[in-house]
Design a binder for this molecule. Sequence first.
Ligand code: ADP
Ligand code: MG
Length: 299
Amino acid sequence: MNAQSSIPAVTLQHVTKNYGQVQALKDINLTIQQGEVVAFLGPNGAGKSTSISLMLGTRRPSSGQVELLGEDPRIANHRKRIGVMLQESGVPETLKVRELVELFGRFHDQPMDTRAAIKMAGLEEKANSRLARLSGGQKQRVYFALALVGNPDVIFLDEPTTGLDVEARRNFWDQINDQVSMGKTIILTTHNLEEADALANRIVVINKGEIIADGTPGEIKRHVGGKQIRFRAPGLNLLDLQQIAQTDKVQHIGETFELFSMQPEQILSRLFKQDIELSDLEVVGAGLEEAFLALTSAK
Ligand code: ADP
Ligand code: MG
């Protein structure tokens, strides 16, 4: 490893970001090494885009320190080593795809061939179309081409596949994975666990401005892979259930008990053995929201 690649791509130290009364990020500490492919996974409003804008230097932290490639992200030099695809791009729609990609390439010292960038984004057939005539998904590919054309070392993708249908999303994953196999550092955001799993080798789970988990996709899925069990049991109280289920991740909502478990079968079998009468029993795969609850309550 040369000296340059040992500098982290990004470091955040005690980073807080407030928008007026809204605390969008709360004391975030994070280091991303060059070569990592990191997905920020979290629901809407979690602070994903805010994190990206701080890393890019387009916003300043309220407190704490942010570095991009070892220096202040506002330093112009860095802009040449990074490629960015934001949720809102605001590029002129009267230009043709080829013209726009070429124009963006000129901002960089060593851009790739315009045609190569267009090919990598899967846009060959639309190279001569004006942006205004493209579908939402095709525009997203154009923004991807703009992120790639400068031959960046570090690529930021903020919710790159939001709004795409399943097939378009999978195609896009292939294209992103091509960049992964070229050894690029990629930092992306998503609210889709499957997407984080398909692309990243590290998932940082963020909720309400805080990092609540950080690990390999396997580690994260082990947390979020559990099941939600719901039932009514008039004769049972919360404490007894916690003891039987051997977990405190139990809620009593109205008449219904709700609990999250990695081994729902074992819990149910213990309940049945004690002859506890259950009604309206449901066992469902936990969604991201339940996973967040489980992750936060496990802390
Ligand atoms: P995400 O990208 O995860 O959906 P954001 O980083 O966009 O989340 O937003 C985090 C929080 O900060 C949300 O509560 C959002 O409403 C708030 N927020 C984001 N941008 C602004 C802004 N410019 N002014 C005020 N509040 C903002
Ligand atoms: Mg966002």
